[in-house]
Design a protein. Structure first.
Lengths: 162, 162
DNA sequence: CGCATAATCTTATGCGCATAACGAATGCGG
DNA sequence: CCGCATTCGTTATGCGCATAAGATTATGCG
């Protein structure tokens, strides 16, 4: 394994992360949203109402952050928080109509951005890109520090080498 | 443009960013480093001594952050800060021997991780991945908010579509 | 030369998110 | 029925980094 390649890969991911976050903040500022709140809205819109623990899991962030985000989004009228009748500890979170409209609006912003990116890539690269990113994600997220990363064997493969 | 594709791409990048950062923090903790400090060391090791303004530019972070990072790395003995004789405002930053050794050590950590990732991807994907990431980075980083992103025309293309 | 403008670095302050510690509710094994 | 570990949510605190404002030096121009 070429050390320079690993280094380039590492730096490329780091820069992409920074720029993506910066651009997201820029796009969302006019809407009065932050990056984490965007992710929460989109997640709710994708998978429907859930309690905060499930949300923090899906978003890859921690429960206290979810508490803050849901409080703020509720104050803005984008979501509803209601106690779960089946579990008095949990509070389930759902989009309001305003929140659903906002989620659609956000998605439209990213579409125009994705179009620019897609225009610069080959068709097959575009096709494989989501799967590749997912593989990179599962691998970089080593389950235990000094163990081979999950093979991500079943759902997402990219013509495994050999 | 399929809205679902743009959505998937957006979320994939977001998740990769989170996981990459988390893993980096995990790898660097034993070395007493943070993510930004790692980037600074590697950048210095790649391109040689520079002043802090140039560093903040290359790292994609802001000058005050560079001030804090260089102070801490200097206290740890990994870098040297010296006034620039040609410009009394600037302070140029250089790696010490200890810093250079540390940079090599860091790179070795990422190599083992990159190996796992490469093993899950096809040879041609691996070959194009850095360029693809760079294209995504330049595109996501729209120079001005409502203007077509830079074509990244000259150096990095990935068989442009059509 | 003299002065306005810009560039470099630093300090002060705020924001987003994490980790730690806690109270409340659940469910399981005795 | 009763401990007791577990899970959910919140509060308290800290860290990394950004933005805003200030001090010092460079630079361009009348």
């Amino acid at each position: 394994m070429d050390p320079d390649y690993a280094d380039a890969l590492n730096q490329a991911i780091r820069l992409l992360s920074l720029r993506h976050r910066a651009r997201a903040a820029q796009l969302l500022a006019p809407l009065g949203l932050h990056v984490g709140q965007e992710a929460l809205l989109l997640e709710l819109d994708r998978t429907g109402p859930r309690n905060q623990a499930q949300l923090s899991d899906a978003l890859g962030c921690e429960p206290p952050s979810v508490t803050l985000m849901t409080r703020k989004l509720e104050a803005a009228g984008h979501i509803r928080r209601a106690p779960d009748p089946a579990d008095k500890r949990a509070t389930i979170v759902a989009l309001t109509d305003s929140g659903k409209a906002l989620a659609d609006q956000i998605r439209r912003l990213w579409v125009t951005l994705a179009e620019e990116t897609v225009r610069s890539l080959s068709a097959e690269t575009v096709e494989r890109l989501p799967a590749v990113l997912q593989i990179m994600t599962t691998n970089v997220d080593g389950k235990s520090p000094n163990q081979p990363a999950a093979q991500s064997a079943h759902s997402t493969t990219d013509r495994p080498l050999t």
